[in-house]
Design a protein around this ligand. Structure first.
Ligand code: B3K
Ligand code: ZN
Length: 891
């Protein structure tokens, strides 16, 4: 592949001041006329006007209104170069494109009869020739013309200037975006849609129009997205003083979309999955996801749009920061809805736990495999492969550490300085961290290593107790394993939040050697070297350390704790995150122990101490149910496979099944008791208190169904039948699917009948079947079921949501079935990746990534996977997207 290097960045010789676009929209032959005012960049080396273009038919190009001279326009591998001598030049470029044939869903494409665009990262060059880089910021006007009957709604960025009718049933609209923007934020929509509208007043007193555009039949599912938008606007005003800068803000939902959503200026385009939700179709988790994705895209208006990235290596500048902002928002929203300070603290912890679960199961595997990269990568072959968990989730953790180091006020001052220096600019991660440092007089030079070093650091904590002096010495050491291209690692600046727990379970006031008084019960220790010790004095008895509270840094904590100590922290740690983490560590130990037993053919036995600690949490009615549900939910299989050496999905699955069955059976009365007590009365509302109860109830049901006693299956079948909302209906179905009860088939059929015309709900139905565990060898194999489901009329290989649910579910969330010993899962993977790649390389590449971590498996498994990887790698005409993934995997 073609390797792009961060170090090779050069500004272009010519930028663009204004862009006037005219779209004559037609499914097969859309004509795009672009008028570019190009201006020489005084800071760049001399050169031609560089225009990128891909899959375009060039109709004409004029330079200052005249035909180009012989040789003045040169075709290159990536587009065109235009030689000009003036400092300013106007290019008029006409291209023809075929949106109906564009199955990549990048550039201008069609979905259900409408026209939509997706330009990030490099889709604009599939619409017209343009210097399609984020450091080229320009002012845009857009004229859209389309058939009035099929496309009554014509939208683009910014403010609407004019609309009108034309002969032959056509009509037009003109839009103007008053702000400078890079081409990746351009958008248009021409479709038959209806809007939910609200007018709200911003903090400075301006009235702005908010619209959520969907197909008319979906209007009963948009209220929550609108509420989420309004909450996001208020939050950004209150927390960061940032206001909506346009007169109107639009969200459009589309069924065919490669990712979650896109922050185009003033015209966010969303996957329907992150807009549509009502109690009958969306689970509590769907409501939460809609809220956070709406917030994420809205927050990009400042962090991403007003200040954007100089080049794509800086992607985490906007993504890490914006994920951090949406995570803070969600935590605040959860806390705000709680009815006591304790409930608020717990709700915040539950949000944090969800974020860390995501990091551990999505980002840790990436950091341990062939795609490992720093949050600011040094090179890439295909930029679309770098919208990763590392850039997004680890990037957000890095911003969160800056908050930990600077405090709330210091962080806000840094943000204010960032906007005062860089509004309207395309900048780098150094610029951002520079503002944080300058606003606080802080030294973040060492901290910058988080931007350049890949891999998950190991943080080792060792304690030594000296009874004679009442001193506890905590030694923290760090190391990072090598990653591809980075054999040597250097120490990072790691903020480690630490507490000490006394023998009675209460936190102790902390006093470091040399300090006059004891202070807070949680302290942040700044580890900047390979190893360092801290001495806590004035202690009456040996404390139990609670290290990395709140998960203060994205590292793997290595600390030697026996079962008794884990059970103690599960019962007492005052930091709810660490209390949850103690439970997860205990479970991990038990599951991996059982897996080793299974692999060696030994009898499986769940340790009693674990059962006691588990049950103590289950029956603890003073704890928030949402929190209890998190502590009792198993770590993800993806994460456990990372922790297992060598990874072996079959014994791991056997261990998980055994654990759930045993615990479900042994504690059936407790599960049932809590289940009955936690029933939520009244009409469904999306509220953390209700959602927490539903979550713990559904967890109880899953353990009970795993045990599989007839009362348990009846209970699940009843919940399924009488459910008043999707969270209960889905929870019951998930429990039944995770069992070998005959009611499983009936429930699946009933669910399908009820939602046969509902694409988003059917995605859940596909996903549940693709990810289901097989509880007995008599059950049909998952691969056979997935193949059969591909023939279902509701399935389509060209709809990303369907692919992610059915194929993604099987490849990425069902390790034991996918890695079946005969290798049939891998052959199926190769077949599907190649088929997808012909039409949609971005979706194909996502599926391809399911096998990138293959070297963690046993040698027998590796040998089988290699065959499939080599088969895909040898395929002719492979996209750069998939080629990069399989190339790096085999490299
Ligand atoms: N910025 C977009 C992601 C674009 C992905 C392009 N392959 C959505 C987001 O992060 O908000
Ligand atoms: Zn984003």
């Amino acid at each position: 592949g073609n390797l792009i290097l961060r170090e090779a960045y050069q500004p272009l010789a010519y930028g663009v001041e204004t862009v006037d676009l005219d779209f004559n929209l037609d499914p097969q032959a859309t004509v795009v006329t672009s008028r570019l005012k190009c201006v020489r960049n005084p800071d760049a080396a001399a050169g031609p006007v560089v225009l990128f273009g891909e899959a375009l038919e060039l109709v004409s190009i004029a330079i200052d209104g005249a035909a180009p001279a012989e040789g003045q326009v040169r075709k290159t591998e990536s587009g065109l170069e235009v030689n000009v001598s003036a400092d300013e030049v106007v290019l008029t470029i006409v291209t023809r494109i075929n949106p109906s044939a564009n199955l990549t869903l990048s550039g201008l494409y069609q979905s259900r009869g409408g026209f939509y665009t997706q330009c990030e990262a490099e889709g604009f060059r599939r619409i017209t020739y343009f210097p399609d880089r984020p450091d080229v910021m320009a002012r845009y006007t857009v004229r859209l013309e389309a058939d009035a009957a099929t496309c009554p709604v014509l939208l683009s960025n910014g403010n609407l200037l004019e609309t009108g009718t034309l002969p032959n049933g056509r009509h037009f609209a003109r839009w103007e975006d008053p702000f400078l923007k890079p081409s990746y934020l351009f958008a248009l929509v021409a479709a038959e849609l209806s809007a939910l509208e609200r007018t709200v007043t911003t903090m400075s007193g301006r009235d702005v129009l908010l619209q959520v555009w969907v197909e008319a039949r979906d209007l009963d599912r948009v209220e929550h997205a609108m509420d989420s938008l309004i909450h996001s606007m208020r939050w950004d005003e209150e927390v960061f003083g940032l206001e909506l800068d346009l007169d109107r803000f639009m969200i459009v939902a589309v069924s065919d979309f490669n990712m979650g959503a896109m922050e185009n200026k003033g015209l966010n385009i969303f996957n329907t999955k992150y807009v549509l939700a009502n109690p009958d179709t969306g689970t509590d988790l769907d409501f939460e996801n809609v809220e956070s994705v709406v917030a994420h895209e809205y927050f990009h208006n400042w962090t991403g749009n007003r200040v954007t990235c100089r080049d794509w290596f800086q992607l985490t500048l906007k993504e890490g920061l914006t994920v951090f902002r949406d995570q803070q928002f969600t935590a605040d929203m959860m806390a705000r809805a709680s009815d006591s300070p304790a409930a608020a603290a717990s709700a915040r912890a539950v949000t944090r736990i969800a974020n860390v679960r995501g990091l551990r199961s999505g980002q840790f595997p990436e950091d341990a495999g062939p795609m490992a990269h720093p949050i600011r990568p040094d090179s890439y072959q295909e930029i679309n492969n770098f919208y990763t968990a590392t850039v997004y989730q680890k990037g957000a953790e890095v911003i969160r550490m800056i908050l930990t180091l600077l405090g709330r006020e210091g962080f806000r001052n840094g943000m204010d300085l960032y906007f005062s220096y860089h509004d309207g600019q395309a900048v780098t991660c150094d610029d951002f961290v520079g503002c944080m440092a300058e606003a606080n007089g802080a030294d973040l030079d060492l901290f910058m290593r988080w931007y350049s070093q890949a891999g998950t650091p190991r943080l080792k904590a060792e304690g030594a107790w000296d009874a004679a002096t009442g001193t506890y010495t905590l030694t923290l050491s760090q190391s990072t394993p090598p990653t591809p291209g980075q054999p040597e690692k250097l120490p990072l600046h790691i903020p480690v939040a630490v507490g000490l727990i006394g023998p009675d379970g209460a936190d102790l006031p902390l006093r470091l050697e040399g300090e006059a008084n004891a202070g807070d019960t949680t302290r942040v220790l700044n580890l900047k070297e390979a190893s360092r010790s801290w001495r806590f004095t004035g202690l009456a008895a040996e404390p139990v350390p609670s290290v990395l509270r709140g998960y203060s840094a994205p590292v793997i904590l290595e600390i030697d704790e026996d079962d008794e100590r884990l059970a103690f922290r599960m019962a007492h740690d005052a930091d709810p995150f660490n209390r949850w983490d103690a439970a997860q560590r205990f479970m991990e130990r038990v599951v991996l122990g059982l897996a080793a037993d299974a692999a060696a053919g030994r009898k499986l036995e769940v340790p009693q101490a674990f059962g006691h600690a588990f049950r103590a949490l289950l029956v603890n009615e003073s704890l928030d149910p949402a929190f209890v549900a998190e502590t009792l939910a198993l770590p993800s299989e993806a994460y456990l496979l990372e922790r297992m050496q060598p990874a072996d999905p079959a014994p791991l699955r056997a261990a998980l099944i055994h654990l759930m069955r045993e615990v479900g059976q042994a504690m059936q009365a407790d599960f049932l008791g809590r289940y009955l007590d936690l029933e939520v009365e009244g009409e469904y509302r999306y509220h953390p208190a209700d959602a927490g109860k539903r979550s713990l109830r559904n967890l109880c049901l899953r353990y009970l169904a795993a045990w599989g006693g007839p009362t348990a299956i009846d209970l699940a079948a009843k919940q399924f039948e009488h459910a008043g909302n999707m969270t209960e209906r889905y929870g019951a179905l998930a429990a039944l699917v995770q069992s070998d009860a005959p009611q499983r088939t009936e429930a699946l059929a009933a669910f399908h009948d009820r939602y046969r015309d509902d694409a988003l709900v059917l995605d859940k139905w596909f996903m549940l079947q693709a990810t289901a565990w097989r509880w007995s060898d008599a059950a049909p194999t998952t691969l056979d079921q997935v193949r059969a489901l591909m023939a279902n009329p509701a399935f389509s290989l060209s709809n990303p949501n369907k692919v992610y649910s059915l194929l993604g579910g099987y490849f990425k969330s069902n390790a034991a079935e996918f890695h079946r010993p005969d290798g049939a899962g891998y052959a199926f993977w190769a077949e599907q990746v190649v088929a997808l790649d012909r039409n949609n390389p971005q979706v194909a590449s996502r599926m391809a990534r399911a096998l990138e971590g293959w070297r963690k498996f046993t040698p027998e498994i590796q040998a089988r996977i290699r065959v499939a990887l080599e088969q895909v790698a040898a395929t002719e005409g492979l996209s750069p997207d998939v080629a990069e993934i399989v190339g790096k995997a085999l490299g």
